[in-house]
Write a new protein. Structure first.
Lengths: 74, 340
């Protein structure tokens, strides 16, 4: 199935801003995070079309997933 | 040299968004800045130069040489003296705008003092470097209906968001959970000075809009801007989330101090003991510590070098122990030399 993945802030470095990616049916959000080699502890926001979700949410074909990091320095 | 207000603010008043009426509002305004590192320095500098009448600056740390690359309010003499950042900031403001009322607070914002330190300020600016303090500010702000502006940066990327309680999303609407485990910091990932100063400039501009009443111009998104990779993005933050524990359910666990550690890692190689109710007599403790190492102090901090550790002690009993990331070692040093 196709998942449209949008990354934000520091997660874009060395990856991409937005990309359609292919995953097997039943893939959860945590599977995408792992596939992208993003440390889960650094994930601050997970959204499906502006709705907050958890990392164990199962994705469906055509899902629009946004992943945003904790940015805390100052 | 005395500078008239008319002359000082003449260029800013010419800008239609501010004007003479807006300038009057700025000069009557009260803003509290929590944290005076890189974002805080820029916020203080820009808001102070713009003529915001009263600035309260809350910061728990002291100036170090590694700050000078990006924290524009401080210089080498501040680092040499290890001045508390809040005090150094107040001293610097007086050199460029002596008209302002500046209230430096050398303190760690905690659930115990948050009401005292933030009450009476209609706008709170984020100059902190951690989410623990930001969630505390957010709980206070939403509970009391006080706007605040989140600003942060790492590497070459800055992030900011306006929080208007009851109107826009709050920090907990956007970040439902506090960070668990390790999160990148300026110490681990580095920081570009223009990135942090740039995002603080955006936040300061939003503050000016709020203070002059240009509410329609306020941004209602979570903004990210990467200066190195020329990247810009926004997430919608225009409405509170219905099931937000803070906006929706009116739960304020950070105000209640739930889950707050009494000891935390601080910087690259330090542990902070969040003691706040242990008044320290520096003269007395100097004599106790001198047999064990070098001691220096002024009215605001005491530093004690006991190889390989450096202990910075504040009058309320708070301590930063440099040279370890082991909480147990830090607790032991505190117990041995300060007492607990």
């Amino acid at each position: 199935m196709h998942i449209n993945v949008k990354l934000f802030a520091t997660f874009r470095v060395g990856r991409f801003s937005e990309q359609k990616r292919e995953y097997p049916p039943g893939t959860r959000v945590s599977g995408v995070i792992e596939d992208l080699q993003i440390p889960e502890s650094q994930v601050g926001i997970l959204m499906l079309r502006n709705r907050h979700i958890s990392s164990d949410q199962e994705l469906t074909d055509g899902a629009d997933l946004s992943i945003f990091p904790f940015v805390g320095g100052g | 040299m005395s500078v008239s207000s008319a002359e000082r603010y003449s260029r800013q008043v010419l800008f239609p968004g501010i004007g003479a009426e807006g300038q009057k509002r700025l000069q009557a305004a009260r803003v509290v800045i929590v944290g005076c590192g890189a974002t805080g320095s820029t916020l203080v500098s820009l808001l102070g130069r713009a003529g915001v009448g009263t600035l309260r600056i809350i910061d728990r740390d002291y100036v170090e040489p590694s700050n000078l690359q990006r924290q524009g309010l401080f210089d080498e003499s501040d680092a040499a003296e290890s001045l508390p950042k809040a005090a150094a900031a107040a001293r610097k403001i007086a050199t460029f705008n002596s008209e302002l009322a500046v209230e430096p607070c050398v303190a760690d914002l905690t659930p115990e003092n948050v009401e005292d330190l933030l009450e009476g300020f209609p706008l709170i600016m984020d100059g902190t470097d951690n989410f623990e303090t930001r969630f505390l500010i957010n709980d206070y702000a939403v509970k009391n209906g006080v706007p605040w502006i989140y600003a942060a940066a790492i590497s070459s990327c800055g992030v900011t968001m306006n929080i208007l309680p009851g109107e826009t999303a709050c920090l907990a609407c956007m970040f439902p959970e506090s960070p668990h485990g390790t999160v990148d910091t300026c110490e681990t990932s580095g920081i570009l000075n223009s990135a942090v100063n740039g995002i603080a400039s955006v936040a300061a501009t939003e503050a000016l809009k709020f203070l002059v009443g240009a509410k329609v111009q306020l941004r209602r998104t979570l903004l990210t801007r990467d200066l190195w990779f020329n990247d810009f993005a926004e997430l919608d933050a225009s409405t509170p989330r219905e099931d937000c524990r803070c906006c929706g359910e009116k739960e304020f666990p950070h105000l209640a101090g739930e889950g707050r550690p009494h000891i935390s890692l601080c910087g690259r190689n330090s542990v902070q003991i969040h003691e706040r109710e242990r008044p320290i007599n520096f003269v007395e403790i100097q004599s106790r510590l001198e047999p064990h190492g070098i001691v220096r102090f002024n009215e605001l901090i005491l530093k004690f070098w006991h190889e390989p550790y450096e202990i910075t002690l504040f009058p309320d009993g708070r301590a930063i122990i440099k040279g370890t990331t082991d909480v147990g070692v830090a607790r032991s040093l505190y117990a041995r030399f300060i007492g607990c």
